[in-house]
Design a protein around this ligand. Sequence first.
Ligand SMILES: Nc1nc2c(ncn2[C@@H]2O[C@H](COP(=O)(O)OP(=O)(O)OP(=O)(O)O)[C@@H](O)[C@H]2O)c(=O)[nH]1
Ligand SMILES: [Mg+2]
Length: 458
Amino acid sequence: MINDTICALSTPYGISGIGIIRMSGPDTIQIIDKIFTPGRKRKTKKTWETHTVRYGFIVDDGKTVDEVLVTIMKSPASYTREDMAEIGCHGGLAAIKSVLRICMKEGARLAEPGEFTRRAFLNGRIDLTQAESILDIISAKTEKSLEISVNQTKGTLSKKINTFRDKLLETLTFLDYQIDFSEDYGELHNTTITKNLIPIIFDMEQTIKTGQAARIFTEGVRIAIVGKPNVGKSKLLNLLVEEDKAIVSDIPGTTRDSIEVVINIQGIPLTIVDTAGLRHSPSEIEKMGIERTKKWIEKSEIVLVLIDASNHIDELDYQILNEVKNKNHIIIFNKCDLPGKVGKEDLPDFSKNSMIVKISALTGEGLSALHSAILDRIYAGAGEIKNTDFFLNIRQHFCLEKALGILKESLEITEKNGTIDIIAENIRQAVVCLDEISGRCVSEEVLDRIFSKFCIGK
Ligand SMILES: Nc1nc2c(ncn2[C@@H]2O[C@H](COP(=O)(O)OP(=O)(O)OP(=O)(O)O)[C@@H](O)[C@H]2O)c(=O)[nH]1
Ligand SMILES: [Mg+2]
């Protein structure tokens, strides 16, 4: 039972038109009654009705501190299911600090990060997947990631997890019945268990595949542009982001420190990294840049290898191609506005099956082909995820993988006529994994980790 009242600033701390201070807990209305004086006293009722807004003043020891609008949402029809107030005060630092101080003076305490959402979870208004997706809504970088996160707060993932759980519980009921009453447990019952488990395992595998792939909409994809100096890496970055973010010059070694910019292609946030050109015997400063480029290759999901097609391909191009041969990559022949000196036939054998795109970073020719190639690389192996309405974050993915592993093991035991008690115990463990996803059964430590990622006031 939560018996204290929390308060926090829910809008960013800084100077703005308005600042919203939230309060939640059993003493909310009592505190508001002490610190708030209505603007039009004669017309205002003595008691608060839920979901009403009042205009007035925050008063401290008879002194008016700020002019505000107060919204009251009474339990259980509020974000936290507790009595809640939102004080819309002026967004200056002094006003915000004063109002918060007065709320605390009258008994509220400053909320921890994510504590409002944690209360919504603890009070059963949302499950853990919904709480986590609220964080995803706040950090969504594209409309598509926002759309999926909003769907997830409505329970798209919860529904899937609950369906798995219900089906496993049905199987468990059957097993418990067998343990209690059946003396001649045998092949017939194994068939029933197998029939139940196989479709659950199949659906779980599909959910993992789609949910993991769809994570790209929220977490995005990192793409590094690499190549020799002067091949046009910075020019390509500027073309992709439609802005002059990186310095372009015909002096080799212009880019020494990498530049990262986020763009949106079909709803996927792509972090494009322009790196230092890779070359032999560079200066000390450049060497550091080159080491960093190698790290970017490692850290990126996709690598764009740029080759200046107006010059002959050389040993260094080969070395760079060798560096990325085991990565998801695209070879780009740049400067195709100039007479070409490089073709597919000039590539080393290990690059013969790589995807190749011809572009001119100067004129923009080939840009849409490059966009398609990037999407093709992103979706390679991801299956049909464009219309998905859910995704799995790493924590949820891990729990579901664990449940799947246990169920596969249960199936094997069943097929080998294993002991019924062991099968039942395994299925119970799989249910626990699902309960960790939804938060039905989750440790304080996991909750602390999840909610510490939230901002104060959410
Ligand atoms: N004609 C032509 N010139 C290009 C093209 N792309 C880049 N350039 C020119 O090539 C030169 C080098 O371009 P950058 O983008 O600075 O090359 P970079 O690969 O970033 O070079 P470093 O930062 O030194 O590694 C500049 O003079 C660009 O204008 C292109 O498609 N066609
Ligand atoms: Mg550059």
